[in-house]
Ligand binder design. Structure first.
Ligand SMILES: NC(=O)c1ccc[n+]([C@@H]2O[C@H](COP(=O)([O-])OP(=O)(O)OC[C@H]3O[C@@H](n4cnc5c(N)ncnc54)[C@H](O)[C@@H]3O)[C@@H](O)[C@H]2O)c1
Length: 375
């Protein structure tokens, strides 16, 4: 098991290892003893791990109540947060009580925002159950919601008390979601590398527990160095948006037909090729191919470009300029502000360079059979 201290203010620990679900009560005891715990869980994850989570908390004599919710990109909104706020208020949750969210990045975004707003802030603990949540979404305190004008436009920074990443829960995560998580890990390899690129080239599967723990810890360490220097995202933290300018545009244009981490992977490629960093693009592509991730997309370029320019991803627009992250080399990314015209040219060039997917498997990915089937 690994424990990484995230050096924000306040600081907190990220626990990474196997068999942590059964230890939740023990880990929560110091902050929840004598108080209540509200578990906000993903409706599909709850039947898998809810009982074990509740039992472990009750074993430590802590009162606990479960609030399973269904959330997707279209309901990762203030409305859902408001519903949860009402439920907490009706149940008389107090400022000393604790929110524990159990699920992927959608759940930690919703729960993080709910915790930040309820009684002007109550304690929150994230238990990410996706690879993407463990490596990125649950770490750093950002909670982002969508509005019709775009993805991630509404947000706050609210640090959790603790993050508990139980590697065992990844055994039930669909393969495509594992790949989506790998997309964000590749992002950290491109941002800082530190040996992560090489480790990833060896292909880490979900069964390689030791290597999995190592690459998750490496990503968390890299994010730690970034968020501890710039917790709110006005400076250095902007680099974690590598791959997001085009990636989020792809998500919005395709109506979330591509998983977040897959879109980030494509976004990194588009940005590398679009800014003339071909060698870096080739290296990123090799890594994406290593994990059988999409490296091309079957969608009209103009719709993706329009989404980046007008639909408004969470790129801050500074007096008519757009903030982008350029992967110059593996381990070296720079933030730049560009005009709408330059961004259009970069995206056009990048999209032409990656081309359109010709094979059926990329098309299937776009249909997102797993998520659609349940919605
Ligand atoms: N706030 C941040 O800093 C930040 C960073 C990165 C991503 N995000 C956000 O995170 C979201 C993506 O998160 P995600 O990829 O974790 O997706 P997610 O939360 O939608 O979960 C993915 C799917 O996997 C299922 N699932 C989750 N855990 C499971 C398990 N252990 N076993 C079986 N099924 C399981 C869920 O029901 C869901 O259908 C996006 O909305 C993105 O914007 C936020």
């Amino acid at each position: 098991m690994k424990c990484i201290e995230i050096k924000t203010n306040p600081s907190y620990n990220v626990w990474i290892g196997p068999a942590l679900t059964s230890q939740i009560g023990k880990l929560l005891y110091s902050i929840a003893n004598g108080h209540r715990v509200a578990v906000i869980s993903d409706m599909y994850v709850d039947p898998l791990y809810g009982e074990e989570v509740i039992a472990s908390i009750e074993d430590y004599g802590i009162e606990v109540q479960s609030f399973p919710i269904m959330v997707d990109e279209k309901t990762k909104t203030l409305d859902t947060v408001e519903t949860l706020l009402s439920k907490l208020a009706k149940e008389n949750y107090s400022k000393e009580d604790v929110l524990l969210d159990v699920g992927g990045g959608m759940i930690s975004d919703i729960a993080g925002m709910t915790a930040a707003l309820y009684l002007s802030g109550i304690k929150v603990v994230h238990m990410p159950t996706t690879l993407l949540g463990m490596t990125d979404a649950a770490v750093g305190g950002k909670a982002e919601l969508n509005i019709p004008e775009g993805k991630g436009i509404v947000g706050t920074v609210y640090q959790p008390e603790m993050v508990i990443a139980d590697l065992d829960v990844l055994s039930t995560l669909p393969e495509q979601e594992i790949k989506s998580g790998i997309g964000e890990i590749i992002k950290y390899a491109v941002i800082e590398d530190n040996g992560l690129y090489g480790k990833l080239m060896n292909h880490v599967g979900r069964a390689d527990m030791v290597e999995l723990e190592n690459i998750i810890a490496d990503s968390v360490e890299i994010k730690n160095r970034i968020v501890s220097e710039d917790p709110t995202g006005t400076g250095l933290r902007g680099v974690v948006r590598l791959g997001h300018t085009a990636g989020q545009a792809i998500e919005t244009a395709t109506d979330y037909g591509v998983l977040h981490g897959e879109a980030v992977g494509l976004g990194m490629l588009i940005m590398a090729y679009g800014t003339g960093n071909r060698k870096t693009g080739d290296k990123i592509k090799r890594l994406l191919e290593r994990y059988d991730m999409p490296t091309a997309i079957d969608w009209p370029d103009r719709e993706i470009i329009a989404a980046a320019l007008y639909k408004g991803t969470d790129d801050r627009k500074y007096e008519g300029t757009y903030s982008i992250v350029v992967p110059e080399k593996i381990g070296q990314c720079v933030q730049k502000k560009v005009s709408a015209r330059s961004l259009t040219l970069i995206l056009k060039k990048g999209l032409v360079a990656i081309g359109h997917s010709k094979n059926q498997s990329s098309k299937l990915r776009l249909l997102r059979p797993f998520r659609r089937a349940r919605s």
